[in-house]
Ligand binder design. Structure first.
Ligand code: KIV
Length: 271
């Protein structure tokens, strides 16, 4: 992948330009300053996802994640980056009650972190909220299909878009939040024909970002730890571009062996 030279931080509008130019949008998640710093040159946007609850904290779902947790990790990611747009997930319970609640949470995220946009889960039923936020200066990324914050009503992490109404419902979700002003939409776990119909629909002007939603989307996102091979289990849509778990385990084992055997530290590590 070529490295794009860019002096200022990318903004939400830049993703629309990528889409218009037919250039793929590149994104990964990050929760730490140091890993975000590595991604910065290669990603158009970095998502501080609420998946941090599961990836960093070993939670069973994203539901217990708080606004304070999101803000803390987003501050770290902003400190570690200078170029990529940073998008921060609105956690469960921080936006669903009313448009006003959503604005207060989004305003905290933008003010306290310096991030350039927020992401919220849900389709047509959140179109009013998306419009309320964008009209008040908050760039919003939507998230449809498999929406992990709805795990209890969806009945588990299930691929979406199946069944006779699958395409109609998801296309309506995408169209509604795109028309409400969302600059991009994450499409997660959606069967290919439906993902294709949404990504190529003239009614969906927002950039489509796929995760398990085919190659027809305008861009792709993966959870960093999944694609690096750090996670214990990964869904079918993840390609492991690295095998860090094996590398870390080998390094830790060597360290333990050397300390036990008195081979570390050596003279070179001693004052
Ligand atoms: O929280 C997250 O990491 C996400 C991605 C899976 C898109 O929402």
């Amino acid at each position: 992948m070529s490295q794009v030279v860019q002096s200022r931080r990318l903004r939400a509008v830049d993703l629309a330009k990528r889409k218009a130019a037919g250039e793929k949008i590149i994104a990964l998640t990050a929760y730490h300053a140091h890993t975000a710093g590595i991604l910065d040159a290669y990603c158009d946007f970095i998502l501080v996802g609420d998946s941090l609850g599961m990836v960093m904290h070993g939670m069973e779902s994203t539901l217990p994640v708080t606004l304070e947790m999101m803000i803390l990790q987003a501050q770290a990611v902003i400190r570690g980056t200078s170029r990529a747009l940073v998008v921060v997930d609105m956690p469960f319970g921080s936006y669903e009650a009313s448009r006003e609640q959503a604005f207060m949470s989004a305003a905290r995220i933008l003010k306290e972190t310096g991030a350039g946009a927020v992401k919220l889960e849900g389709g047509a039923r959140f179109a009013e909220t998306v419009a309320f936020l964008t009209q008040r200066g908050v760039p919003v990324m939507g998230h449809i299909g498999l929406t992990p914050q709805s795990i209890n009503t969806m009945g588990g992490f299930r691929v979406q878009g199946k069944g006779p109404d699958g395409e109609r419902i998801l296309l309506e979700d995408a169209r509604a939040i795109s028309e409400a002003g969302a600059f991009a939409i994450v499409m997660e776990g959606i069967v290919e024909p439906v993902a294709r119909a949404i990504a190529t629909s003239p009614q969906v002007t927002a950039a489509t970002i796929g995760i398990g939603a085919s190659s027809f989307c305008d861009g792709q996102i993966l959870v960093l730890e999944d694609m690096l091979g750090l996670s214990e289990r990964t869904p079918k849509f993840v390609k492991q571009f690295g095998s860090l778990r094996a590398h870390i385990e080998a390094a830790v084992k060597t360290y333990a062996d050397e300390v036990r055997a008195g081979r570390f530290p050596e003279d070179a590590h001693t004052y």
